[in-house]
Design a protein around this ligand. Structure first.
Ligand code: F0G
Length: 446
């Protein structure tokens, strides 16, 4: 049962099959190029697409637009101190702004940066510094059927192997992404967080948590890590983040806003350096590229994200979509993660070889069959890696209802039944930066 009701609605329509075919062709078989008006249920991302609360809309009206020293900034700083436990905060326009500020300060050419798994913008920011982003996923991470409570964990042995290869002096930063978006939104345990913190400490590296989905992660810890069975999500979040030296945060996820992000830390030197880079790329460090009202709404959302009914229902809704898909005979990554269900495209379209992008083909098929938009996070989005071809169906927060989820499951079942119609795709145009190709490449049926 939802512990909220809607008081603002937005109409959506399912375009005709003919219109969907035209739209997909015009989009170059890349769902990022579709007009959102042509999409019925939009599961492209959970980032910035959720519904704000009445309290957040109220905060928007009260936002302080002062260029420097805004009251809204102080509200954010208080929220970050209370919810996350960091003394200093540098607001940024969104999560990648925080990545630019933090990695721009800490990472240099020739360095290596281990992460349980880099999200694409994180990978690109590390690469953009001339450094090598290295994934250290849990050994079961790539197995969609393996049952383990924390498949998002960081493989510390892989971290030590990297130290042997490149030397500790080349590793300025160790990153832990919670939940692990590139590993099907799987959670990371607090026990693993402690191990990663100890590893970073031993090699004298700064330990950064990518905290985009810290509240959803804390919910899983409460459910799955015995030590925390009686703790609140808010307590777990504080505990888990307390091991990090800094966080990068996309407010568009677990701060429940449509735009915004920040970096937060305790170290005054890192804070000072991050502020300077913020001025260069984002804006004065009390607004960081945001309107004061956006900062104010983010402060409220950060507190709402750790409220027990909200976060429990949120994660349960994702699990519900996973169950509906499984019941409809559509294989999904198990167990379902915190923000999205990841469909196993190689099982839905087993006849499509990897070089013809079964994941991207499934994204197109879901759109053609039911106006559902997801995103490929496999061989197309991460060229040169051995990731399984998964299609992510990410649920915006507090937005869709059970009927929408049923439509998604029926659509996926229809694709499975007509699988032989889908033969794969080839790329006809791609941008120079390969790490970002899935955002703008154009394809055609192979
Ligand atoms: N880190 C992770 C783990 C993310 O999932 C994202 C964004 C970012 C950093 C960057 O944040 O978008 O605010 O600049 N993920 C979105 C997604 C885009 O669809 O998963 P941002």
């Amino acid at each position: 049962m939802r512990s909220y009701k809607a008081k603002m609605v937005e109409p959506i329509t399912l375009p005709s099959r003919e219109r969907r075919e035209e739209a997909l062709d015009a989009a170059g078989y890349n769902a990022f190029n579709l007009d959102a008006d042509d999409v019925f249920v939009d599961l492209l991302t959970d980032s910035g697409t959720g519904t704000m609360s009445a309290e957040q809309w109220g905060a928007l009206m009260r936002g302080d637009e002062a260029y420097a020293g805004s009251r809204s900034f102080r509200e954010l700083r208080e929220a970050v101190r209370e919810v996350m436990g960091f003394e200093h905060v540098v607001p940024t326009h969104q999560g990648r702004g925080a990545e630019n500020v933090v990695y721009g300060v800490l990472v240099e050419e020739g360095d290596a940066v281990p992460n349980n798994a880099h999200f694409d913008t994180t990978r690109a920011h590390v690469a953009n510094q001339g450094a090598d982003p290295v994934d250290c996923p849990h050994e079961l991470a790539r197995d969609p059927d393996a049952d383990h409570p924390f498949k998002g964990n960081f493989d510390v042995d892989a971290g030590w192997e990297l130290v042997e290869d490149v030397g500790a002096e080349s590793i300025p930063v160790v990153v832990l992404t919670v939940t692990n978006n590139s590993v099907a939104g799987q959670p990371v345990s607090v026990a693993n967080t402690r191990e990663v913190a100890a590893f970073a400490d031993e090699i004298d590296a700064t330990f950064v948590i990518d905290a985009c989905r810290f509240a959803e992660n804390a919910h899983f810890v409460r459910e799955r890590e015995a030590e925390f069975a009686d703790a609140t999500v808010a307590e777990i979040a504080r505990e888990q983040l307390s091991y990090a030296d800094a966080v990068t945060m996309s407010g568009k996820k677990d701060a429940l806003v449509n735009i915004g992000g920040f970096a937060a830390m305790d170290d005054p030197d890192l804070f000072e350096a991050a502020k300077q880079r913020c001025i260069l790329y984002e804006g004065f460090p009390t607004y960081g590229g945001l309107a004061g009202r956006d900062v104010a709404a983010m402060a409220v959302g950060l507190r709402e994200a750790v409220e027990p009914p909200y976060v429990r229902e949120r994660v349960e809704q994702v699990a519900e979509l996973g169950r509906l898909l499984t019941d409809a005979g559509v294989p999904v990554y198990e167990p379902t993660g915190g923000h999205a269900v990841y469909v196993d495209a190689e099982s839905v379209l087993p006849h499509v070889p990897k070089e013809r992008f079964p994941g991207q083909e499934l994204v197109c098929a879901l759109y053609l069959e039911g106006g559902v938009r997801g995103v490929e996070l496999g061989g197309f989005a991460f060229p040169g890696t051995d990731r399984p071809d998964l299609v992510r169906l990410a649920l915006p927060r507090r937005t869709y209802s059970r009927e929408h989820l049923e439509h998604v499951a029926e659509t996926a079942a229809a694709v499975r039944e007509s699988a032989e119609c889908y033969e794969g795709l080839r790329i006809v145009e791609e941008p120079p930066m390969r790490e970002l190709r899935h955002f703008s490449a154009r394809l055609e049926p192979a």
